[in-house]
Each structure stands twice: as structure tokens, then as C-alpha cells.
Design a protein. Structure first.
Length: 654
């Protein structure tokens, strides 16, 4: 990585307007630099001040950072608080009737839930969970549609000190089973079905299938939200309707006051090995970054209508749907459906109808919307917008310019946020009232985040060169460990290459002369498809589990819509197919992967070969496969290949 040159030469700069800067929570670069100076001068004092100012504590902390067992850092460890209290109770005396969530269903039906109503729903569900014997420290899987009920479920778990693990509703029964087993979950909260794009998609069936796969011995309860009224299989004594569980429950529930380090949730993210890794986040540190970034990155104002389009199954939905907006007392939009149903104007119509002021979505969605109608936004009144945001992957400058000019009418700052499941919240991002914007760049680290670009020895690289993105100091919202696998945590994020002292983000990056960061892509074998991180090993394992497949290798290739597409190279147990037979088997394998992992992991390209390009020691030469997938001429040294003739075979896409 240290030898990679930055190929993105972008010189357009868009400073914030004087009017925007004047009203911003962080107003101007001098204010940003003052916070950075404070953090550099008194690092722990800086974070302690922010934690005291922005969170409500039941028991104030006296310890700030405990690094005695680094890199297993602890922040505010002797303080006690509750995440649900910080999101709900603290607003009841000031704004009980303010709308917390504007929910728009797939069919367009709109429901508004006030802070008082949300509080009562959360308390009733929390009491219902307690009636099932669920308690502090128990793990609960949330496998639900994008709905108010999903947020209620997460908040109810937090209220009683249970640890939630949300599984994206598009994941298969197999993926769900693996997560139930790894977390040792005692309950699954799900729904009969979810609605997406006018179609009903079964969820309870997937839960039943996951349990039928076996080894879910810890699981005692399946709580089912009746979304569509579809017929579902029922296991007496295990399954319970959500409406039955909450019926008659009190609408108040004393929060379980937990240590700041108490795990709030586990969120499984793909790794470069087949086993999903459970990223574990604390309560206090995580919540602090959620609140700060709402106020700093999104310049939160009480009159804002905030819309993050992410599903709660991803970390973006955790931080910027379930926790951040509610912790600051915002009104937010939640959307069940897809941006193309019933037509490609859905997002723009919703912004117009709900008077959305802050809109946060993924570059994949932006690129899809450009393709579906670059001039469509002009047909809607988007004048309520004041900030645009992007998340999940780097946004290319052309898409950035369209977003800025067409959606934001060249007046809304675009906050291109870099962060990860593991970081809990934004780490590198423009501040809309301070940072001059540069298309394609996530610009500068937030105050208190000590980011750097280094070579393989951990030495900072010169400006303009590519390198490895690292964070030099701990920060409160960082992951605490990988659930049940501390060794993997060390190996993945604090490798020996850097003496275990630098957090390895896994991304390549460069920095320009002004210190602006640009993300250059992953440095490991994790693919980023539509902002979703998928491990190549998981997809390869799914392919090889098909009876027809002998061997498979998966790489990523650039894709104008999804950012990166999955390209699979497959060796069958039968003769290499051609023509219509190859197309038929390729379609079968795509469906197989969708069933094993989920539709998001379906390979876009499948190529068949008699073998894979391997060195004589048996190592697959993935760099050659990446070149083939991109359609590049192979000019690399292939002298170590055992079977160079195989390369021509693999150029044929099925």
C-alpha cells in the first residue's frame, strides 16, 4: 500500500456559505481547530468534558480512560447510565408530544409516533421481555422489518440491559442460525413478513428454518410482530405474538442502570474468514459518538427532520436511526420500502412531503437514482433540505457533484462520512459549517480522532502517497472486542505489524497537501457491495457447499452502481460448461448464494475454469483474478503459476 499513488486528482473546493457557517454548531475552521487543539492538549480531559456535557449519567464517572490492558480499552468505566433513558426519558419533561418517528410504510401509509408514545411502547415491550425471563446480559436477536417496532425492540433490550444483535432481514436462515449460535441468544424478535417494493418477504419462515438447522440450544423464545397477517408455522411454548406479549404490560419501566462498559449490542460483520465476527460495542462510549456526530456532522437543530435511509440491520441504522437521532431529541423519518417503488421518485417525494432537512444515504443509492432519472429531483420541491450526507463507501466525484447540484441545488453541504461498524460513529467527515468540501474526499478527522496514513512499518507516508489508514489513539466509541474471540480482535485490528499500537481500519487512503483524506478501497479480502461488507471466504464457502462445485474463488471488481460487484471463479465437479449450459448453472449458483447468505452476495459475474490460477505451492493468485474480473490485460509476472493456460479460460463470463 505504501507505494500506491493517489490517482484521484480533484481540485474543486466548495467552502460553506457565510449564512450556513454563522448558524452552525461548529462555526468555521477556527472553531474546529480549537476543538482539535483542546483534544491534543488534554486528550482524556477533552473526552471527559464531552461525555459529561452530552450524556445523562445515573452515577458520574471518575475514571476516564483505562488503558492498562490495551488495546482492550475502557472508557468512563465506573459511570452508570442507560442508553434508552438517554434516548427517551430525558425528553419527556421537555418535549413529550414532539414527533420522534415519522414512519412511511412500503404502501405509502404514514404513522407518527411522539416521544411519549415511543417511551410507552418501549417500556411495555421491555416489561414483556422481562416477563419471559430475559434479563441484563442476555443476548436477543432482532430479525425484523424496517419498522418502528424494530427500534422499539432495540430500545427495549437496552432498557433492561439485554444485549441486542440485529440481523438484516435479507439474510438467510443459515446466516441467522450462525449468529444465534455465536451470540448464545435466548430469544429472537421477528415478524411474520416484511414488505419491500410491493412484495411480501417471509421472516418467521427463515427463523423456523434457522432453528431447524440445529444447535440453537440457548434459544427459548421467538416473539413475532404481526406485520402482514400471513399464516405462519407455530411452535407452542416457544412462539409468542408481540401483541400478546405486551398486552396488559405497564407503560413505565425503570431502566437497568449499567456500567458504561456494559455491552449495548453485538453486530455481526463479515470477515476475511468464513465465520462472521461479532463486533461488540459499549454503552457509554458508543452513545457519546452517536450524540456528538448528530450535533457536529449533521449540525442538529431542534426543528430538523432527519432521514437516514439505512436499515437497522446495519451499523448506520443503529447509530443514525435507533440511537443518535433519539438521543438528541430529533424528529426522524423511517422508511420500510425501496427507492424505486412505486416509481423512481419515491425518495424525492418523501423529502418533499415530510419536509426533510437532513438526508443521509449511500453512494449506491445515489448512483442508482442517477441512472433511473438524473433530472427527476427537479420535479419535486426539495427546498427543505439543508444538509446532504453519504455513507457506506467512498462517493466518486461525479456522483458527488450530481448530489450537490441537482439534489441540493448547490446550497446544501455534502458530508461524506468515513466510519465503520467497528468505529461506532463517524471518524473522518466534513463539518458542514466549517470544512471546505472536496468532491470524493471525506476531508478531515473529527476533533479527538488521531487518524494517519502509514506504510507497512507504521511510519507516516508523505502527502499525496497512498498507504494504510490507521487511528493512532483510542476513542470512546471504538469496538471493545469481537464477541467470544479476543484473539481475533487483536489479530484483525491491532496486528503485530504495528506492535499492536495502531488501530488498523483495513482501508487504503491518501492525504493531500491540506491534510484531506481520500479512501482508496479495502486492503484485505472483504468486498464492499452497495455499502455492505462481505467476506470473500463466506461467498466462496457458500459456492463450494453446492454439490456441483469443487472449488471457488471470489474477488471484487468495480461496478458503477454498487461500487464493487462480486466476481466468482468456479471449478465444477463436472466438465467445464459452455453456452446455455454455463448460463443455466451460473443462474443456479447465484440463487444458491442468495439462499445461503442473502441476495446482496449474489455474484454478478461467474466464470468457469478447469482449475484456478495457483502457484506451485497451491496458493490461488487472486491478484490475477482481480485483473481478469476488471477486464485488464495481464502484464504481471506469471512465472510462478502452475497452470498459466488457465487464464484464458477464465476470461469467459457466464
Amino acid at each position: 500500500m505504501s507505494m500506491i499513488e493517489s490517482v484521484l486528482q480533484e481540485h474543486r473546493i466548495f467552502p460553506p456559505s457565510a449564512a450556513f457557517e454563522a448558524q452552525a454548531n461548529i462555526s468555521g475552521m477556527a472553531a474546529y481547530e480549537a476543538l482539535c487543539t483542546e483534544a491534543e492538549g488534554d486528550f482524556t480531559g477533552f473526552w471527559a468534558r464531552l461525555a459529561r456535557e452530552h450524556l445523562d449519567w445515573r452515577q458520574p464517572f471518575t475514571k476516564i480512560l483505562d488503558d492498562s490492558q490495551a488495546p482492550f480499552f475502557k472508557w468512563f468505566a465506573d459511570g452508570k447510565l442507560n442508553a434508552s433513558y438517554n434516548c427517551l426519558d430525558r425528553h419527556l419533561s421537555t418535549q413529550p408530544d414532539k414527533t420522534a418517528i415519522v414512519f412511511e410504510a412500503d404502501d405509502g401509509a404514514v404513522t407518527r409516533t411522539s416521544y411519549r408514545q415511543l417511551y410507552e411502547q418501549v417500556c411495555a415491550m421491555a416489561n414483556g421481555l422481562k416477563s419471559l425471563g430475559i434479563k441484563k446480559g442476555d443476548r436477543v436477536i432482532v430479525y425484523m422489518p424496517m419498522s418502528v417496532e424494530a427500534v422499539v425492540a432495540m430500545q427495549a433490550c437496552a432498557r433492561i440491559g439485554a444485549i441486542h444483535s440485529v440481523v438484516f432481514g435479507g439474510f438467510s436462515a443459515k446466516a441467522l442460525q450462525e449468529r444465534i449460535i455465536d451470540a448464545g441468544a435466548v430469544a429472537v424478535l421477528t415478524a411474520d413478513e416484511q414488505m419491500r417494493g410491493g412484495r411480501a418477504i417471509a421472516l418467521k419462515v427463515a427463523v423456523d428454518d434457522a432453528i431447524a438447522l440445529g444447535n440453537c440450544d440457548t434459544l427459548k423464545h421467538v416473539v413475532v410482530y404481526q406485520r402482514t397477517g400471513a399464516q405462519v408455522r407455530w411452535t407452542k411454548g416457544r412462539d409468542i405474538w408481540l401483541h400478546d406479549m405486551v398486552q396488559g404490560q405497564a407503560t413505565t419501566c425503570e431502566p437497568e442502570w449499567v456500567d458504561a462498559e456494559h455491552p449495548l449490542f453485538i453486530l455481526y460483520t463479515s470477515g476475511s474468514t468464513g465465520k462472521p465476527k461479532g463486533v461488540q460495542h459499549s454503552t457509554g462510549g458508543y452513545l457519546l459518538q452517536a450524540v456528538l456526530t448528530m450535533k457536529w456532522t449533521f449540525d442538529y437543530k431542534p426543528q430538523d427532520v432527519f432521514w437516514c435511509t439505512a436499515d437497522v440491520g446495519w451499523v448506520t441504522g443503529h447509530t443514525y436511526v435507533c440511537y443518535g437521532p433519539l438521543a438528541v431529541g430529533a424528529t426522524e423519518i423511517m422508511f420500510e420500502g425501496v427507492p424505486t417503488y412505486p416509481d423512481s421518485g419515491r425518495f424525492w417525494r418523501m423529502i418533499q412531503d415530510h419536509k426533510c432537512t437532513v438526508f443521509y444515504t449511500a453512494p449506491t443509492a445515489i448512483r442508482s437514482l442517477i441512472k433511473l432519472g438524473a433530472d427527476l429531483p427537479k420535479q419535486y420541491d426539495l427546498s427543505s433540505l439543508r444538509i446532504l450526507g453519504t455513507v457506506g463507501e467512498p462517493i466518486n466525484p461525479e456522483a458527488w457533484m450530481w448530489y450537490y447540484q441537482t439534489v441540493g441545488n448547490s446550497r446544501c453541504p455534502v458530508v461524506d462520512t468515513w466510519w465503520q461498524t467497528e468505529t461506532g460513529g463517524h471518524l473522518i467527515t466534513p463539518l458542514p459549517g466549517a470544512t471546505p468540501l472536496k468532491p470524493g474526499s471525506c476531508t478531515l478527522p473529527l476533533p479527538g480522532i488521531m487518524a494517519d496514513v502509514v506504510d507497512e512499518t507504521g511510519t507516516s507516508v508523505e502527502r499525496g502517497k497512498g498507504g494504510i489508514l490507521v487511528i493512532r489513539k483510542p476513542w470512546p466509541s471504538m469496538l471493545r472486542t469481537i464477541w467470544g474471540d479476543p484473539e481475533r480482535f487483536l489479530r484483525t485490528y491491532f496486528p503485530d505489524d504495528f506492535q499492536g499500537k495502531l488501530y488498523l481500519a483495513g482501508d487504503g487512503a491518501s492525504r493531500d497537501a491540506n491534510g484531506y483524506f481520500t479512501i482508496m478501497g479495502r486492503i484485505d479480502d472483504v468486498l464492499n457491495v452497495s455499502g455492505h461488507r462481505l467476506g470473500t471466504m463466506e461467498i466462496e464457502s457458500a459456492l463450494v457447499s453446492n454439490p456441483k462445485v469443487a472449488e471457488a474463488a471470489v474477488v471484487g471488481r468495480p461496478d458503477e452502481v454498487t461500487g464493487e460487484a462480486v466476481a466468482a471463479f468456479v471449478v465444477l465437479k463436472q466438465a467445464r460448461p459452455h453456452g446455455s449450459e454455463a448460463h443455466k448453472i451460473a443462474a443456479e449458483l447465484r440463487d444458491w448464494v442468495a439462499k445461503e447468505i442473502g441476495p446482496i452476495a449474489k455474484p454478478k459475474d461467474i466464470r468457469f475454469g478447469d482449475n484456478l490460477p495457483k502457484t506451485r505451492s497451491g496458493k490461488i493468485m487472486r491478484r490475477l483474478l482481480r485483473s481478469i474480473a476488471k477486464g485488464e490485460e495481464i502484464n504481471q509476472d506469471v512465472s510462478t503459476l502452475e497452470n498459466p493456460a488457465i487464464l484464458d479460460q477464465l476470461k469467459e463470463v457466464s
